[in-house]
Structure formats: C-alpha cells, structure tokens
Design a protein around this ligand. Sequence first.
Ligand code: CO
Length: 491
Amino acid sequence: MFDELRNYYKKIAKYSSAASLLYWDMQTYMPKGAGNYRAEVISEISSFIFRMSTSDELGKMLTDVQPSNEIEEAIINVGRKEYDRYKKLPPELYEELTMLATILEMEWEKVKPKGDFFAVSPYLEKVVELSRKVAEILGYENEPYDALLDLFEPGMTAKELEEIFIPLRKLTLDILNKIEETKIDYSKIFDVYIDKDTQKDFNEWLIQYLKYDLNKGRLDVSTHPFTNPIGLNDVRITTRFIENDIRNSIYSTIHEFGHALYSLSIPEEFYGLPIGSSASYGFDESQSRFWENIVGRSLSFWKGIYNKFIELVPVFKRYSPEELWRGVNAVKRSYIRTEADEVTYNLHIMTRFEIERALINGEVKVSDLPDLWREKFNYYLGLTVDNNTIGCMQDPHWYGGSFGYFPTYSLGNIYAAQIFEKLKSDINFDEVVEFGNFEPIKEWLCKKIYSKAKIYKPKELMEIATGKPPTSQAFMNYVKEKYSKVYNINL
Ligand code: CO
C-alpha cells in the first residue's frame, strides 16, 4: 500500500523534472523568440502536475495508507498538508496565475533596463489580485500575507518577522554608522576590469575547489544566478560575469553551490517524495549564505584560495590575502540587493517585506509601488532611488508571482549564523577552511541538516540541529564579531 503512494509521488516527480529542465533551458540557452510558446508548454505541464497532485486517487491513498515508521508518517503529514492546500485552489485560478506570471516575468525582463514600470503594471495588478485570491482561499489567522509566507516558510508569520526585524534594523544602522565614521572604503580594491574569460576560468576552478560534483551538476551563465534541481543526481547552477566586479561572479557561484550541495545531499530514498527537499526556503537559503558568507567571505578562505586567485587573476597580486578579504567584506549602502554586503543586506529585505505585506493585505495599490519603494528605501537605507531599474524593478520575484519569498533571504542569514555557532563548537572551522578541507563541514551539515530533508518543520529542525529555536541573536553576534575585525573597530 505504501509502495503505491511512493510510486505515485515518484511519477509526479518525473513530470516536475521535465518542467524544471524546460525552465532551466528558458533561463540559459533558449532562443529569445521562443519565450511565449515555452511559457505555454511549462504551464501545460504544471497544470498536469497540479491535477495529479490534487487527484481523488492521491487523496484516497493518503487517507487509507498506514505508516509503519516515523519517516512514512512524515511523508503522509507533509503530503497531506500539500494535498489539502492544492485541493482548496480552483485549477483555473492556478493555471491563470502560473501562465500570467511566466509571461509577466519575461515582459519585466524586457522593460527592466528602461525602468518602464507602467509597461508591466497592468499585468502586475492582475498577478497581485490573483495572489490575494489565493491567500483568501488558503486562509490565515491574522492577515492575508501569512497565507503566502507559509508557502515558503511553513509556520512563520509576518508578526514574528516584524519582531525579528525591529532589533535587527536598529543594530544594523548602529554598525553602519560606526563603519561610516571610519571613512574607510575597502570596495575600491575590486573596482577593476576583469574580462569574462578570466572570470570564467577562476569560477570553474572554484567549483572544483569546493568539490561541487560535476558528474551531477554544471555551471552555466544567466542574468540572475539560480540553482535548479532538475532531477535525481542533476542539480545545476548558474552564475553571471560583471566585468567591473569579479566579486559578483565569485559569490554568485559559491552561493548557488551552497543550494546545490543541500539538494544533492538529500537522501536518495526520499527523492520525489513530499519530504524529499530542503526543510524550507529559509533553510535552503541558510545553506547558500553559509557557504557564500560564512565560509567564502572568511579570512581563512582567502588564505586558502589566495595563490590560485593571483595566478589566474594576476592584477590582484599587489594585495595580501587580508586586503582581499577586507575587499570582499566592504560595507556600503547600495541600491541592489544581490550586490549588498552582509551588514546591509537585511535592510533590502525589510524594504521588500513591508511593501509586499501591504500589497497582499490590500493596503496599497500596484500603481503606488515606485513611490512606496522610494519612501521605504530611504527609510531603511537612507538612499534616494531615482529610477525603477535599480528600484522596484530590480528583482524578478514579484513579476514571477512569488509574494512571501523575500523574507526567506533574511531568515537564511539568521539560520546560517545560528547553525555556524553550533558547528564551530564541534569543528575547528578556521583550520579546515584555510586548508580547503571542506569535508568535515559538509559531513556535519549533512548529519545535522541535509539528511533530515523536510521531515521536520523549520523551527523543529533548528532546535534539533542547534538546541535552540531560531532567533537573530547568533546573527547579531556574528556580524559584530566579524566586522569589528574587518574595520578594526569596537562594535
Ligand atoms: Co539563494
């Protein structure tokens, strides 16, 4: 009986795998003109998957089947939650939203360079309207936004986020002011032209240094770097090359590597099952941020890669590992989230969180977005935004219909620091990182997190892994300790 259920899920996974490959191709190699038809194909497969995921046959199996152990019980619980959620949504609504969001994301990409918000806002209005409908149908206790947030971070509410963000904003601005008082600008070190081929060579070396299994993955280029778990033993990543800032490609690559490592480390027997993924979007992001920031932006890491880096990118020979380490940790108020440093990054998320929460709760209109962005961005980051390209049009999320996604980026930072706090009490972190010996770290993460897949809710998994429920305390300590060293100041 349980085998039947398992096989049914594995069948769904195969259709999802086909859709993922089509999406990956759309973002990497597909001829631009093929976009509309591709959107139709993806939407067709998605609605087929939707029908399979909401079939009476699956509903009956989930009711009838008897679990014989804890794992089977978790499969049924997670499967049941997903099933009930999908079952509530009318298939037409789901299809309309997927189709519209796919088209809107492509339109957004076209008009983004000009910052022409009003060329896409009629579609966006529709996407917001449908997303609000979804929130109403799914249901919530306090506010509509919670229903969407729960899709990405099960159990998290906007109220809880607000409580995490208030002290974090205060501490961040405090640190930022102290750093700015030093008048030091480390970012200039990397302000140098490096051609794409040189960047490509270094990034290809880098993924091998991190031991990303190229037998089960590959590195390509896309406008927005992403990780795509296409199927069993096939998790691909992309990066991008910005010629006047090599840091962008290096840290995009390491970030996506972190996501891929998590995906590739989920036990094979869970593949395709409701528990066969990361615990949540926040947890997934905790792993990309762990490798990107905590490992990749540490002094030990720079000592480890230094010789190869100056060999492949000799223009940096005149700097020491310490100087390069400071260069990749330069703190500066900036407009673009994906280029933000660890200290200011969460301020970018707080801006988006407030805006999307108000949009979904029906407190503001889509047409208010550009002005609202300017106002909130100024409040959080103290900068004046004068065009939408670097303002409310910089990220694809809203145009792709993903409301409730942004907060998981900050949760990722917070979870990563809490996991790190525990990890370094078990492992001599600096020593293993300096020697490029990442195995003990990977084993630890695998044992505590990756092997647990989605058996537990994010809060429970954090308690099991670190002995504490998630809080921003570890992150605040981490930032204070690290940046006191980077800037030689007392934080
Ligand atoms: Co990520």
